[in-house]
Design a protein around this ligand. Structure first.
Ligand code: SAH
Length: 331
């Protein structure tokens, strides 16, 4: 357990405190040192490896009304799609030829019962040698248990913001609901991925410090930290995008607080051109799209996402070469 001295600030990992985190977020003179230390910790933990995952966005139907999200239930004019279980299994088995981890993500779509999802996972695990990560939102303990017993390894469910008032304003349900779902997942032995957005309207540095401390408290093993990106058709249309630079600072602090945690350079950060930097201030994971081409444009949770139609092996190879040029090795 380390104590970091950055500029005038002392961050004690045995007892990380909110005031120090806020001060570090506000102090722009510490950035270079902060990013360097975060990169050293990442390298100590993972060497020059970057873990590449393939993500399949299999349904954009959603029962939730998250104010920031372009596929929320109130978006009546968008075209909805969902993949049939057979097609999803095929797509995942195909993706597993390129990626060692396949992430299955969707809106909160109750068309897929827990039985169906468990069956999909079971079939993928039987046909392919890959880790399966689910990112499908909140379900009951019993439903999560069925997915876990079917062989799902990991689960991504971000807390989105640790400010309970802001969380409820954006989602219409209390933050505790989300944290309870995370705890159910942990209890079942899923590797838990949490995370949050940076730059949500009304969020402050104090909120971000609480977001970081929430990751520590909930003992997440992965954390997706990305800038909020305004979707022009949502109720947050008039807001401003989150700051990619601030996101990098938060990411670097997450690396110090949770040395062994997997931290992706999130898709939202990549949209903002931040990938290369993220890999040198703490991030060790990149997710690439493995969604069948026909659906890529339709999974429009925020603008600017890459919907290009490049075959998976080619997109992986391009990334692998790009990483090699940076001295990093794709895993
Ligand atoms: N329905 C699933 C999957 C969510 S989408 C679930 O609720 O867990 C994956 C992530 O995209 C969300 O957790 C959120 O952090 C992020 N996201 C959604 N809309 C966004 C926006 N406008 N800007 C940035 N990130 C966004």
């Amino acid at each position: 357990m380390a104590i970091y001295v950055l500029g005038d600030h002392t961050l004690d990992l045995r007892e990380p405190d909110r005031e120090t985190l806020v001060a570090l977020l506000k102090d722009e003179t510490v950035n270079e040192e902060l990013f360097h230390v975060a990169d050293c910790v990442k390298t100590r933990e993972f060497g020059n490896k970057v873990f590449i995952r393939g993500i399949i966005e299999f349904s954009n139907h959603c029962r939730c009304t998250c104010a920031y999200c372009g596929i929320n239930a109130r978006m009546t004019r968008i075209k909805r799609y969902r993949m049939l279980p057979d097609d999803l299994v095929d797509a995942a088995v195909h993706a597993a030829q390129t990626y060692r981890t396949v992430i299955l993500q969707s809106g909160e779509d109750r068309f897929y019962t827990a039985d169906m999802l468990a069956d999909i996972v079971r079939r993928i695990k039987k046909q392919a040698n890959c880790a399966v990560t689910l990112s499908i939102g909140e379900r009951t303990l019993e439903e999560y248990r069925m997915m876990r017993e079917a062989g799902a390894d990991r689960f991504l469910l971000k807390h989105e913001t640790a400010n309970a008032v802001l969380y409820e304003a954006l989602h219409g349900v209390p933050l505790e609901t989300r944290l309870d779902a995370q705890r159910r997942l942990r209890g079942l032995g899923f590797e838990l991925g949490g995370g949050f957005m940076v730059g949500l309207p009304g969020q402050t540095d104090e909120t971000l410090a609480d977001d970081l401390l929430t990751l520590v408290r909930e003992k997440v093993q992965m954390a997706g930290i990305g800038p909020f990106i305004v979707h022009p058709d949502t109720e947050l249309a008039g807001a401003r995008d989150g700051d990619p630079h601030k996101t990098l600072k938060v990411l670097a602090l997450a690396r110090l607080l949770l040395p062994a945690c997997h931290l992706p350079s999130t898709t939202a950060l990549n949209v903002k051109g931040g990938m290369k930097n993220a890999l040198f201030c703490g991030a060790d994971v990149i997710m690439q799209k493995a969604t069948p081409f026909a659906y890529r444009e339709l999974y429009d949770i925020y603008p600017g996402r890459d919907a290009r139609e490049v075959p998976l092996e080619e997109q992986y190879e391009t990334l692998r070469k790009g990483l090699a040029e940076l001295g990093l090795s794709a895993e």
